[in-house]
Design a protein around this ligand. Structure first.
Ligand SMILES: *[C@@H]1O[C@H](CO)[C@@H](O)[C@H](O)[C@H]1NC(C)=O
Ligand SMILES: *[C@@H]1O[C@H](CO)[C@@H](O)[C@H](O)[C@H]1NC(C)=O
Ligand SMILES: *[C@@H]1O[C@H](CO)[C@@H](O)[C@H](O)[C@H]1NC(C)=O
Ligand SMILES: *[C@@H]1O[C@H](CO)[C@@H](O)[C@H](O)[C@H]1NC(C)=O
Ligand SMILES: *[C@@H]1O[C@H](CO)[C@@H](O)[C@H](O)[C@H]1NC(C)=O
Ligand SMILES: *[C@@H]1O[C@H](CO)[C@@H](O)[C@H](O)[C@H]1NC(C)=O
Ligand SMILES: *[C@@H]1O[C@H](CO)[C@@H](O)[C@H](O)[C@H]1NC(C)=O
Ligand SMILES: *[C@@H]1O[C@H](CO)[C@@H](O)[C@H](O)[C@H]1NC(C)=O
Ligand SMILES: *[C@@H]1O[C@H](CO)[C@@H](O)[C@H](O)[C@H]1NC(C)=O
Length: 296
């Protein structure tokens, strides 16, 4: 009887392990997103729950609960959410170094349930094209995880140089330059995070130069508007000094301004009248003089 129970226990343990070893899932998350790995099971009255992490760099860490105590060696990056039939592991912000195999272990007196999930972290690269210092079109896919794949059309023979740099956050930047005299080439960047490859045409860079012209024109317009504003401001401030003169100046001080403006036309008119009077007077004087000469 005891022997039978023992073999049954071993068999169950074997079954648990067997069943779960086959089931290795892949969970994919984007860099910086919340990671939640679910471990769904049907173990009753479990006494222990644990997650062990085998990182790609061969180091490992664990979290485990026994009763109501929790032990962990993952530097507080990971948290456990334990429910009746599900245990999940949560990472607040997924990073490239979190990649690895995550194994959950649920233990009751009859056996152990194991489930392993491989965590993959993806990062979408930023794609751009420019003309490099040699005058060749250069395509960049910055911060991709995994590294982006860059190709060109028309198909180059051997004049493409592609290099990649590993960034501090674990992503890869791929830079590809095409030594060609063709002014219209297209680079094609493919990446698991793209639903379809992204294309960038070097001929669009001519438009980019046009954009520079546009910026120049915008600059000129801005300067003109500023100048106009300055002139308006200057005029207004002139008016304001004028007005302030009116306000704080006495009536005597105010009147000359008004008089100069209003009287001036009359003044000039009077003056012409005066010249007419003067000329008629002169004429009369002249005639008078003549008359006196005649009488003498
Ligand atoms: C352990 O879980 C299994 C699966 O649900 C169950 O059949 C078994 O009775 C449980 N053992 C104990 C001791 O609770
Ligand atoms: C699990 O524990 C409950 C009490 O918490 C008990 O009633 C039940 O029989 C246990 N199940 C097994 C399979 O031991
Ligand atoms: C993760 O599991 C896979 C498949 O079992 C294995 O090939 C790989 O080496 C494991 N990686 C680590 C870091 O343990
Ligand atoms: C569980 O936690 C309670 C309160 O924190 C404590 O009194 C109890 O001793 C703990 N039990 C075990 C088994 O650690
Ligand atoms: C898990 O348990 C909840 C109740 O605690 C139940 O509603 C749900 O259906 C269970 N899920 C599975 C897969 O057993
Ligand atoms: C491996 O990566 C883990 C996860 O970030 C880190 O804690 C550990 O220090 C790394 N180990 C080595 C040897 O680089
Ligand atoms: C990773 O680093 C690269 C280079 O510093 C940066 O361009 C990119 O935005 C970073 N990615 C994330 C998701 O922070
Ligand atoms: C990149 O694309 C080329 C051509 O489509 C293909 O041969 C190559 O295997 C790809 N490389 C990767 C790393 O996807
Ligand atoms: C580009 O190709 C031309 C002709 O094949 C060669 O003379 C020149 O050195 C190359 N330039 C670069 C930057 O590779």
């Amino acid at each position: 009887m005891k022997f039978f129970q023992r073999t049954r226990f071993t068999f169950q343990l074997f079954l648990f392990v067997c069943v779960t070893k086959v089931k290795t899932d892949v969970s994919t998350v984007h860099l910086g997103e919340v990671v939640v790995l679910h471990c769904v099971h049907s173990i009753e009255n479990f006494s222990m729950v644990s997650w062990t992490v085998d990182f790609h760099n061969k180091s490992s860490c664990y979290l485990s609960t026994l009763g109501n105590g929790t032990k962990e060696s993952c530097k507080g990056r990971m948290h456990l959410d334990i429910d009746n039939n599900e245990t999940s592991l949560r990472i607040h912000s997924g990073a490239v170094f979190d990649e690895g195999n995550y194994t959950c272990q649920i233990v009751n007196r009859s056996g152990t349930f194991l489930y392993t999930v491989a965590l993959q972290v993806l990062a979408e690269p930023f794609v751009s094209i420019k003309i490099d210092e040699n005058g060749n079109p250069e395509c960049r896919a910055v911060g991709g995880k995994p590294a982006a794949n860059i190709s060109w059309t028309p198909e180059p023979s051997d004049d493409v140089k592609t290099r990649s740099n590993r960034e501090l956050n674990g992503t890869t930047t791929v830079i590809s330059s095409y030594n060609t005299s063709n002014k219209d080439v297209t680079c094609i960047v493919s990446h698991p995070t793209f639903t379809s490859p992204i294309e960038r045409r070097s001929s669009k860079l001519a438009l980019g130069a046009g954009g520079n012209n546009l910026i120049l024109i915008l600059c000129i317009i801005t300067v003109l508007v500023l100048l106009l504003g300055l002139i308006l401001f200057w005029k207004r401030s002139n008016l304001r000094t004028c007005l302030s003169m009116k306000h704080d100046g006495s009536a005597a001080r105010e009147d000359p301004v008004v008089m100069v403006e209003e009287v001036e036309p009359y003044a000039s008119f009077t003056q012409t009248m005066n010249t007419i009077y003067n000329s008629t007077y002169n004429l009369a004087e002249y005639k008078g003089a003549q008359r006196t000469r005649q009488t003498t």
